[in-house]
Design a binder for this molecule. Structure first.
Ligand SMILES: NC(=O)c1ccc[n+]([C@@H]2O[C@H](COP(=O)([O-])OP(=O)(O)OC[C@H]3O[C@@H](n4cnc5c(N)ncnc54)[C@H](OP(=O)(O)O)[C@@H]3O)[C@@H](O)[C@H]2O)c1
Length: 438
């Protein structure tokens, strides 16, 4: 079967696509980033789709040629702009469904989310519910799947990364309140196998199916089971009061989606559980228990690295951002350039005109601000690494020259500055390596 998987480079989408490819289907990789799509699925055909732009059915027409089924795995949890959520979850999704109806692509499987129909006042939920409702009104062979938290031991993203990182903190495991919110996380392989069967056997048509694990477990229990699985030592639960959690989530929103955001906090607080009977009846799959899945997939050292480094990433990014903002501001506005001029013997009484040094410090300030607000962070860090590498090489060569001429004792203060910059270079390299979501 030729299946278009939209959101195929996402956490769920890539597993769905991989499962269908393994089952022998021809999978078209619907994604917005062609390079990433090529990296993840080098042998599959890429279909470009941007849900913020493709908001008219005509935009989809040519992409649906020869397609027999659609699995839509596109979604956003907390975009910077409200309009993005509306376009991605509602307008473009509706346009895609309309285009399917027009092109005769009757089979549509849409990944929604458990709890969107509970009346929760969250744009994430209301916009996803709007798409579900729209699809139900079309003459298509649709199935809407509503999973809660989806996990797999072989990798994590978003919510599950946050949980593993919380579980891996030293000594204390922070919990929202008492951490007794019920969850029913579902194993990725159960979800993807379910999708395969729904597609191949034409089951579940016209049904909204919750796809959950076999039993509810508390949020706190999930964290401590992850901790045991990671093989980490004893830790104590640390209940975090609601106002503090709210503040952290707002901070997460401000710096661009993470690690905690107001949407993810509300979803955690709401809990996420439902019986898996419907899914089992339709697909014949008995969802596996959380404990059993973890036991079958022992944690690797990479899992511990990722969990431990997860919170270090925003800390490092923020520290570097602050370093450049404060450092460059002192130079530009705090008299740093004047002091430099005075040291170099320039006439302090001379009128201050445009100084060429303002350019690099202006750029340093801009790069710091971009890092703080997590805008093009990878690109900014890569540029900083390149500039710092050149500066260090140049400085090193002049230091070696100076040492040969006047001896290392006189060069010592300069050497300390050099080592300081080298440290910033290493921290920037680390931040660049960590700034990788998928
Ligand atoms: N993961 C869970 O535990 C869970 C639980 C319940 C429901 N869900 C739902 O399942 C769906 C997939 O979730 P996920 O965990 O796989 O999330 P994800 O990893 O963030 O994947 C979302 C996918 O949507 C794509 N996307 C976002 N904005 C787009 C745009 N403007 N144009 C084109 N593609 C866009 C992303 O593309 P890029 O790869 O380019 O970023 C990514 O492929 C979502 O609808 C989510 O609400 C997930």
């Amino acid at each position: 079967m030729r299946v278009l998987v939209t959101g195929a480079t996402g956490f769920i989408g890539r597993h769905v696509a991989a499962c269908l490819i393994a089952a022998g289907h021809e999978v078209l990789i619907g994604a917005r980033d062609g390079r990433r799509a090529g990296r993840v699925f080098p042998d599959q055909r890429f279909v470009a789709c941007d849900f913020t732009r493709d908001v008219k059915p005509e935009a989809w027409r040519s992409r649906l040629e020869g397609v027999e089924a659609l699995v839509n795995c596109v979604g956003v949890l907390q975009p910077r702009r409200r309009a993005t959520m509306e376009a991605v979850h509602e307008t473009a999704t509706a346009a895609l469904f309309d285009a399917c109806a027009a092109a005769g692509v009757r089979r549509v499987i849409h990944i929604s989310a458990l709890g969107v129909d509970t009346g929760i006042d969250l744009h994430y939920a209301t916009s996803k519910l709007a798409a579900d409702t729209y699809l139900q009104g079309l003459d298509l062979d649709w199935t809407i799947l509503r999973p809660p938290l989806v996990y797999t031991p072989s990798g994590s993203y978003g919510g599950t990364s946050l949980l593993r990182a919380q579980a891996a903190l030293p000594l204390f495991v922070p919990l929202p309140g008492r951490g007794d919110q019920p969850f029913q996380p579902v194993f990725m392989d159960d979800l993807t196998e379910g999708i395969r069967r729904l597609l191949e056997e034409g089951r579940g048509i016209g049904e909204i199916i919750p796809v959950t694990g076999p039993e509810p477990i508390s949020f706190r229990e999930i964290l401590f089971r992850f901790r045991r699985w990671l093989g980490l030592g004893r830790a104590w639960p640390l209940p975090i009061p609601r106002p503090v959690m709210g503040l952290l989530a707002r901070l997460g929103d401000l710096v661009g989606g993470g690690p905690l955001t107001t949407t993810s906090l509300r979803m955690i607080e709401q809990g996420n559980a439902a019986a898996p009977d419907h899914f089992t009846r339709v697909t014949g799959i008995l969802p596996r228990r959380f404990d059993a899945v973890l036991a079958q997939h022992p944690a690797q050292v990479q899992d511990r690295w990722h969990a431990r480094l997860y919170f270090l990433r925003p800390v490092l990014r923020t520290a570097l951002g602050l370093f450049w903002v404060v450092g460059a501001s002192v130079m530009l506005f705090g008299g740093g350039l004047d002091a430099g001029r005075a040291l170099s013997g320039a006439d302090p009484a001379a009128p201050a005109g445009f100084d060429l040094w303002q350019v690099p410090f202006g750029l340093a300030l801009l790069s710091g601000l971009l890092l703080l607000f997590r805008i093009k962070a990878r690109l900014v860090l890569a540029c900083q690494v390149a500039v710092l590498a050149i500066a260090l090489l140049w400085w090193m060569s002049s230091l070696v020259g100076l040492m040969l001429v006047i001896g290392w004792l006189l060069v010592w203060p300069n050497l300390m500055l050099f080592l300081g910059l080298a440290l910033i270079f290493v921290a920037t390299l680390m931040a660049l390596a960590l700034e990788d979501d998928r």
